[in-house]
Write a new protein. Structure first.
Length: 148
């Protein structure tokens, strides 16, 4: 583990704590999940994961960053950032169900997954499962296709 992992974990913990504090002002729902409950649940998990990352990297020793990442790693991070930006921009037009499998496929190929059928199957299955859980269990409306 490296110093970046330690400081990244601490940064995730600070971010999670600040989002948690911001959501405390959101109204509570009389029944069901309120608008602040889901973000609080997610950032609690982020806080725990950030803590695990920080502790593991501290226990393993803070090594310098040189040699830990391949020279073209920044290019992949930049490409994924652009893909994510495009995903967010096209979401209102194409909707969650149509756009998410495309986004996941792009991420799979960016990270070197060679099996196209398996990546396509996982992308479609994950998008469908997430859509089903959010619309049924959490009763969160996700963007629908509205190009026309």
């Amino acid at each position: 583990m490296s110093r970046a992992d330690f400081f990244g974990g601490v940064g995730v913990m600070v971010f999670a704590a600040s989002v948690y504090l911001i959501t405390l002002d959101m109204p509570r729902a009389p029944i069901g999940i309120g608008p602040g409950d889901y973000p609080r649940f997610i950032v609690t998990g982020l806080f725990v994961l950030g803590g695990i990352l920080a502790v593991k990297s501290y226990v393993a020793g803070l090594k310098p960053l040189k040699g830990l990442y391949p020279p073209n790693a920044l290019r992949y991070v930049a490409a994924l950032t652009l893909i994510t930006y495009a995903y967010i921009q096209f979401m209102p037009y194409l909707g969650f169900l149509y756009l998410t499998p495309i986004y996941l496929m792009a991420a799979f190929f960016l990270f070197g997954v060679k099996e196209r059928f398996r990546a396509l199957f996982i992308s479609i299955t994950c998008a469908g499962a997430i859509y089903g859980v959010f619309t049924s269990a959490f009763q969160v409306l996700l963007p629908k296709f509205s190009l026309f």
